[in-house]
Design a protein around this ligand. Structure first.
Ligand code: ADP
Length: 634
């Protein structure tokens, strides 16, 4: 699936395994002392394993052949002690390693989240949310196992080495026989390792696809239900799910084959040894004790060989996940929002758009085309225009959700991008159509972004937003968690909460996207009153949908195709701007009082006078050559 998250260019993909792996291990650095502890424990476990194999010889020869009673006591005791030590130290080793792995997981998730949350709006538009969630939840998990897998690898190698020592100590000649087959075991080790990595990468991609799909279905559940397409969506999910299953089965098969082939090679070694060793015992050149001790060590060696391959599989999967995670952390393709240095602390005085043009994509027509406009403190500006005219885009440039490609936007005389972004955004209140509320208490939703507000502040804001009464009627008042135990709010109530949130923010500049469509007239009336309170003593730029807003505004801007084609007061525009008059008669006088978007592609010379943007101060005065200018710019 291609998305903005397909971030690794060909160069990034070529990063060597070693570098990738080293980088994974780098995350474990802060836990070095714990890793040393785990390694120490691991050495003891390996030694215990070898000691147990070593003990088989005296057990066999002294107890069974020589019938030594003393040996009958101390050898089982010693064996018990060794087993006890082995089990104990293995717990220490495993827990410590898991602890480090989980800490690394936490850190990686945090790092990834921080990287992603600061990315610009554009990134979120181009990327599916499910994909992002998958990166943070699934991909990092496999990296966590990189260090434990490495330790496991070392532990198994150490166990093998110590067992090899026992094997050689017991019988050099036989040992040569046994280890001759070892190189044969390495080929599957490498082959299956590669395969596991490839499958690991595909598996993570599939998991991400499923997250994307689920996210899409759940967030679009209203549409799914309205169209009764649960079954069709189920099939779509099933298809993805089956693909994941197929991949997982392939992974399981590769993993199984890998250890089985290695075990088979091991079995071959044992068969050879049994035949040759048995021959030696029968001929009297070796004792059964020596032989069984030797075989015990050899048999014990197959466990590490098998685990070696499991550890290798884990490492390969970690590398596949690492490629995807570091792809985000490093990607030069995604730019963190450019921050300025100047903190915005003074109240709003003036906003100045100077010949601003903006296109969402370079190949698109500009959504905003050479907009010039000056907004003074205390002004109430209303934006109207047909759907797609650029009203939303225009207001989105002010908090720098997007940066214009041409022109400049000055706030209090300073370019927007010179301000510390957080201070800029905190100084603007935005009440948009989506009324998004978090799944936390009503109080926390109102005070969102402001931690130290008194109860009085919260209640004052709620009262001004006409929300206090309905909040008090809820089971737990301000502590009611939205969305929990059936607490559902109506559209109007949600809107009033977002107004209370904006009131608490108390910024001198307000950006408002009025939406009335979902409200009945009573709810509408209350929201309207709340908005009036919100707009009091503030500069406001409103994407207007209500007659009252338009009538009360100091200036109405009529937008069309990314340009401001007229501006002035209601009455002036009615007589001088046909587009405005048309918008007014088509929607505003219809029930619902909304001068809302229209898809009607109002004629481009609607105001007969063309772009008005360059005239910053003037009231409803139009350039007589406007239509010609507009044609020219398209
Ligand atoms: P309005 O708010 O007046 O309806 P918008 O500002 O939403 O208009 O849209 C202006 C133009 O920009 C439209 O042509 C629209 O299709 C386009 N547009 C809006 N948002 C995006 C986006 N996120 N990506 C690409 N194009 C967009």
């Amino acid at each position: 699936m291609s998305s903005a998250l397909d971030l690794q260019g060909p160069e990034e993909r070529k990063v060597s395994n070693l570098a990738l792996f080293k980088r994974c291990l780098g995350y474990f650095k802060p836990y070095m002392s714990r890793i040393i502890l785990a390694t120490g424990a691991m050495l003891i476990v390996a030694a215990c394993q070898a000691a147990a194999a070593y003990l088989v010889q005296p057990a066999m020869d002294d107890i069974f052949l020589n019938k030594d009673k003393e040996a009958l006591l101390y050898i089982p005791l010693l064996f018990l002690l060794i087993t006890f030590a082995k089990v104990g130290f293995r717990v220490v080793q495993n827990f410590t390693m898991q602890y480090c792995g989980l800490k690394v997981l936490e850190k990686l998730r945090d790092e990834l989240y921080r990287k992603i949350i600061y990315l610009p709006m554009k990134f979120y538009e181009d990327t599916q949310v499910g994909m992002l969630m998958s990166r943070i939840i699934n991909d990092v998990v496999v990296i966590r196992s990189s260090m434990p897998a490495l330790v496991m690898l070392i532990r198994q190698i150490l166990t093998m080495v110590s067992l090899i020592v026992v094997v050689f100590y017991r019988d050099v000649e036989l040992a040569f026989f046994a280890v001759i087959v070892l190189p044969a075991a390495f080929y599957p080790f490498i082959y299956f390792g590669r395969r596991m990595r490839k499958l690991g990468r595909k598996g993570q991609e599939k998991l991400a696809d499923i997250s994307v799909l689920l996210q899409e279905i759940f967030s679009g559940i209203r549409v799914v239900k309205a169209f009764a397409t649960e079954d069709e969506e189920g099939e779509r999910f099933d298809k993805e799910n089956k693909r994941l299953l197929k991949l997982s089965l392939k992974q399981t098969m590769a993993s199984e084959l890998s250890s089985s082939v290695m075990e088979f090679v091991g079995g071959l070694g044992i068969a050879l040894v049994l035949w040759y060793g048995g021959l030696q015992v029968i001929e009297g050149s070796s004792t059964p004790g020596t032989f069984f001790s030797f075989v015990a060590a050899l048999v014990m060696m197959y466990d590490p060989i098998k685990k070696l391959s499991a550890a290798n599989n884990d490492i390969q999967k970690a590398l596949a996940g690492a490629e995807r995670v570091f792809g985000i952390i490093d990607s030069p393709l995604i730019q963190v929002e450019q921050d300025g240095h100047y903190p915005l602390e003074e109240p709003f005085r003036e906003l100045d758009f100077q010949n601003v043009s903006f296109a969402y994509n370079t190949e698109d027509l500009p959504a905003l085309d050479r907009i010039s406009l000056r907004v003074k403190a205390g002004e109430k500006i209303a934006l109207v225009g047909p759907s797609g005219a650029g009203k939303t885009t225009f207001v989105n440039l002010i908090p720098r959700f997007y940066d214009p490609q041409h022109g400049a936007i000055l706030l209090n005389g300073r370019p927007l991008n010179e301000y510390v972004l957080a201070t800029l955004r905190r100084s603007i209140s935005i009440v948009s159509q989506d009324n998004f509320l978090f799944n936390v208490s009503i109080r926390d939703n109102i005070t969102y972004g402001h931690n130290n507000l008194s109860e009085e502040d919260v209640i004052r804001a709620a009262k001004a937003a006409y929300a206090h009464d309905f909040i008090m009627s809820l089971p737990e008042g301000y502590d009611t968690v939205i969305g929990e135990r059936g607490v559902k709010l109506s559209g109007g109530q949600k809107q009033r909460l977002t107004i209370a949130r904006a009131l608490v923010k108390n910024s001198s500049l307000l950006i408002l996207d009025e939406a009335t469509s979902a409200l009945d007239s009573e709810a509408e009336r209350i929201v309207q009153k709340a908005l009036e309170n919100l707009m009091k003593n503030r500069t406001s730029i409103v994407i207007a949908h209500r007659l009252s807003t338009i009538l009360r505004s100091d200036r109405i801007l009529v937008m069309e195709r990314g340009r401001i084609v007229a501006q002035g007061k209601h009455q002036e525009l009615l007589s001088s701007c046909p587009l405005y008059a048309k918008l007014y008669t088509m929607q505003f006088r219809a029930p619902g009082d909304g001068l809302t978007d229209t898809d009607d592609d109002a004629e481009s010379a609607a105001c007969g006078n063309g772009p008005f943007g360059s005239d910053r101060e003037g009231p409803a005065a139009y350039r007589s050559d406007g239509a010609a200018v507009m044609e020219e710019t398209r």
